[in-house]
Ligand binder design. Structure first.
Ligand code: PEP
Length: 248
C-alpha cells in the first residue's frame, strides 16, 4: 500500500517567524499521512531542526553537484541542511526559468544521487486542456522529466494543472481521476507494475480545507501538493486531517 503524503510548497513566502506554524503541523502529522513542508531555501536548515515529525524539502536544486552557478543550490546542500525531498519541475520554474523536461530530468538525477526524493511536477495549461491535449502533455512531461531508475522510494509525481494553481479553480474529480489513472498507467508501463504502483501521485492546484476530502476520495490520488493553504497551520492541518481520514 502507498502511504499518503500531504506536501506544502511555501514558494517565496516566509521568514524565520513562519516556522512557528510547524508546531501545529507536526502535531497533526502523527496519523497515517506523512507531512512534508518545502520552505524557501533560507529556512530549510532551521525548519529541519524544528520540525519533529514533519519532513522538510527544497523547492529546486541544480543539476550539477557543485561549481560556478551563482545563486543556485546543489541537491547535496539541501540534503546536508536536513531536507529529505525536493520539488522539481514546478510550472513556475518551467515558466519563470525556462526549465525544459531535459533540465528537470538532469535535476532529478542529481537529487537521487544526493539521496533526496524528487517530487516531480507535471501539468497542462488551460489552452492545452481546452485543445484536449492534456494527456499528451502529461505523457510527454513524464517521459521527458523522469530518468530511468525511478522507484516508489525516490519519486513522487505531482499533477498540477497550471490553470488551477493559485486561482481557486479546481478540475472536476472526474478530470483529476482521469489524469491520475493515466499517470499510474504510464508509470506501470515504463517501470513495471510493482514500481508503477508504488509511486505516489499527488494532486496540486487550489487544494483547500473545503475541497480536500472530495479530492482525496479520487482513485490514484495519494495526497496533495499545496501552495497557499500550506502557509498557515489553520489551513494546512484540516487538509492533513482530511488525508488521514481518507486512509481509514
Ligand atoms: C503549487 O503551486 O504547488 C500549488 C498547488 O499552489 P496552490 O495550492 O496555491 O494552488
Amino acid at each position: 500500500m502507498r502511504s499518503k503524503l500531504a506536501a506544502g510548497n511555501w514558494k517565496m513566502n516566509g521568514t524565520r517567524a513562519a516556522l512557528d506554524e510547524l508546531g501545529a503541523m507536526a502535531e497533526a502529522a502523527g496519523g497515517a499521512a506523512e507531512v512534508l513542508i518545502c520552505p524557501p531555501a533560507t529556512l530549510v536548515a532551521e525548519a529541519a531542526t524544528k520540525a519533529d515529525g514533519v519532513m522538510i524539502g527544497g523547492q529546486d536544486c541544480h543539476a550539477e553537484a557543485k561549481g560556478a552557478h551563482t545563486g543556485d543550490i546543489a541537491a547535496d546542500m539541501l540534503k546536508d541542511a536536513g531536507a529529505s525531498h525536493v520539488i522539481l519541475g514546478h510550472s513556475e520554474r518551467r515558466e519563470d526559468h525556462g526549465e525544459s523536461d531535459e533540465d528537470v530530468r538532469a535535476k532529478c538525477r542529481a537529487a537521487w544521487d544526493a539521496g533526496l526524493v524528487a517530487v516531480l511536477c507535471c501539468g497542462e495549461s488551460l489552452a492545452q486542456r481546452e485543445a484536449q491535449n492534456t494527456l499528451d502533455i502529461i505523457g510527454g512531461q513524464l517521459a521527458g522529466s523522469i530518468p530511468d531508475g525511478a522507484t516508489g522510494h525516490n519519486l513522487v509525481v505531482a499533477y498540477e494543472p497550471i490553470w488551477a494553481i493559485g486561482t481557486g479553480k479546481v478540475p472536476t474529480t472526474d478530470q483529476i481521476g482521469d489524469v491520475h489513472d493515466f499517470i499510474r498507467a504510464r508509470l506501470e508501463r515504463r517501470f513495471g507494475e510493482g514500481v508503477g504502483r508504488s509511486v505516489r501521485i499527488l494532486y496540486g492546484g487550489s487544494v483547500k480545507p473545503s475541497n480536500a476530502a472530495e479530492i482525496f476520495a479520487v482513485s490514484n490520488v495519494d495526497g496533495a501538493l499545496v501552495g497557499g493553504a500550506s502557509l498557515k497551520a489553520t489551513d494546512f492541518v484540516p487538509i492533513i486531517d482530511a488525508l488521514n481520514a481518507s486512509a481509514e
